[in-house]
Design a protein around this ligand. Structure first.
Ligand code: ADP
Ligand code: MN
Ligand code: MN
Ligand code: MN
Length: 368
């Protein structure tokens, strides 16, 4: 394992030197703002940093910025200036002090959204459905990889023992790189992300964290920044994160991003009736949802939604209480309380949460 980590240039750096500089006093009214955005793959995250001579308190304080879209698969070289519009502000857990992380969405030279800007239409749907008070909680599963692309901690030639002991596992032979998980959790809390939990997953080197419940558009903003923090924390350890929905072929779990969803009516007494109505609407729009639930319109999820490993088949819609083999699961506690939320288990781990939550709101709240 040490040999594999030593393939990572970042791992070789002595991090205690950085602290000498990060602990230097920062001049008043000079803060570093890291602008974060989604690139042309719809999955990749990019970021760059600038100095501001004030501490931003709200979005309208922040300047619009730009970048070279031809280097992010987002435009032609001849017309490459692409705009960054700030949408949400978080505290920066790496640079600390008054330094900020700025989630942005992206616009072409003509001020039209880029092809992978799924936020704008999501926001329109959320505004139209605001009186339903839609809440979302997303379970982000992911896999840690070494620099050779192998799940972190797996034997170089061969495989770990079969799945069974790893989910919520404890112990050096069960889970790998909890350091990253704990560091990321605390970084999210510091940043101001509504992270609600974490656990080791079924496949070794696979983990999950949850963001939510968040109302409306904010779950997308927060999940994207939580993903940024995860890649960024892992970078310091010399480890990579993949959101591929099926990183290992064969009898190994895939990775999803279950989307838990409720409206105000579902959360009130006898809300189970509203939950059942929502499931009926979802059952009639299965294809729309499959198209929205991974960045390749269903192609990525085809490898994962096989009907095995606690998934449903991509071809069928199904729902049930406590059923982890269904498209939609009603948690046992929700069935008992007769109110609460439903869990849509179909979204892929590399989904765009803006597309997922938009599809749910359009189907369930807006009857589209
Ligand atoms: P699972 O049992 O499927 O592993 P988790 O505990 O991982 O579930 O995740 C459940 C998610 O549901 C959390 O993110 C939580 O915040 C969210 N959640 C809880 N109540 C609601 C609700 N009323 N509406 C939407 N999301 C909710
Ligand atoms: Mn979970
Ligand atoms: Mn899970
Ligand atoms: Mn779940």
């Amino acid at each position: 394992m040490a040999g594999i980590l030593e393939n990572s240039p970042n791992y070789k750096l002595n991090k205690s030197i950085l602290e000498k500089f990060l602990s230097l006093p920062q001049p008043p009214n000079k803060i570093q703002a890291t602008y974060i955005w989604i690139d042309g793959t719809g999955e990749g995250i990019r970021a760059k940093t600038r100095t501001l001579d004030f501490v931003p308190e709200k979005i309208s304080d922040l300047p619009i910025w730009n970048y070279d879209g031809s280097s992010t698969y987002q435009s032609e070289g001849s017309n490459s200036d692409t705009y960054l519009y700030p949408v949400a502000i978080f505290k920066d857990p790496f640079l600390r002090n008054d330094n900020k992380l700025i989630m942005c969405d992206t616009y072409k030279y003509n001020k039209k959204p880029t092809d992978t800007n799924k936020r704008l239409s999501c926001l329109e749907a959320m505004k139209a459905a605001a009186n339903h008070k839609p809440w979302f909680g997303i379970e982000q599963e992911y896999t840690l990889l070494d620099m050779e692309g192998r799940p972190f901690g797996w034997p170089r030639n061969g495989f770990p023992g079969p799945q069974g002991p790893y989910y919520c596992g404890v112990g050096a032979n069960k889970v790998y790189a909890r350091d990253i998980v704990d560091a990321h959790y605390r970084a999210c809390l510091y940043a101001g992300i509504n992270i609600s939990g974490t656990n080791a997953e079924v496949m070794p080197a696979q983990w999950e964290f949850q963001v939510g419940p968040c109302e409306g558009i904010s779950v997308g903003d927060e999940l994207w920044v939580a993903r940024y923090l995860l890649h960024r924390v892992a970078e310091e350890f010399g480890i990579c994160v993949t959101l591929d929905p099926k990183p290992m072929q064969g009898d190994w779990n895939g990775a999803g991003a279950h989307c838990n969803f409720s409206t105000k009516a579902m959360r009130e007494d006898n809300g189970i009736i509203e939950i059942e109505k929502a499931i009926d609407k979802l059952s009639k729009q299965h294809l729309r949802h499959i198209k929205a639930y991974d960045p390749k319109g269903g192609k990525d999820n085809e490898r994962r939604l096989t009907g095995r490993h606690e998934t449903s088949s991509i071809h069928d819609f199904s729902a049930g209480v406590a059923n982890r083999g269904a498209s939609i699961r009603i948690p046992r506690g929700v069935a008992e309380d007769k109110k609460g939320y439903l869990e849509d288990r179909r979204p892929s781990s590399n989904c765009d949460p803006y597309s997922v939550t938009e599809a749910i709101v359009r189907t369930v709240c807006l009857d589209e």
